[in-house]
Design a protein around this ligand. Sequence first.
Ligand code: SF4
Length: 256
Amino acid sequence: MNSRAIAEPLIRRGRELCDGPRRLIHYTPDTRANTLVTDLDNHPHAFLIACIMDRQIKAERAWAIPHELSLRLGGFDFPRLEALSARKLRAAMIKPTPLHRYNDEMARNLFLAIALISDRYRGNAAQIWDSQPSSAELVFRFLEFRGVGPKIATMAANLLVRDFKVPLADYYSIDISPDVHTRRVFERLGLLAAGASTEALIYRARGLHPEYPGIMDLAAWEVGRQWCRPSHPQCPQCYLRAICPSSRRQVKPEAP
Ligand code: SF4
């Protein structure tokens, strides 16, 4: 079976997720924190700031930071943030308890992000993705924020398209976000050699679905999280079993 045929169920599942109705995504178990980061109409900067914080700590913790800051600052409206000095923002990140593992770095990123939203987007972060930019332009705009690399920029673009149904002019430049689950599923499906580089994973996805490489992102992650566990994969329950070469042989557990 060729690679494209093997990837087809993942592409189909990805399409289903993109085409489905907008639903409330739970980025964090705290309802109020979740409401803030999904409020693109009134607090689009909260989504962006959560993406910036989503490094080197658990995602649930990162996505709760805008709400925690809101409690410490007395609100999260943009003019309030814009009026804060770098020193006050740093203090809010640290006291009474540190919000992030790298508070100094994140406080700096946050201060510079607010300045960029203010200068470039007239205080409205939604201007980053409104007006149907091309996918390359959207990813580039995220990359302009300090601390945002290709992984976070791609993640943010995938979330906007898939979860928030934000329309773009095209989807060519939204890559798959490399992740342990995604990688494992690609490897067991025979789409990627074991131990291949992150770049190889990204280019593999580009080759399989150039129109929107990131369409397989959540689909592969779901399979990895639900059935294709590091040891004892649940192949009989996995919808990829009929086309997966690994389902027909004993899958070796991953090295710890
Ligand atoms: S069939 Fe088994 S090995 Fe293949 S992707 Fe599914 S869980 Fe993983």
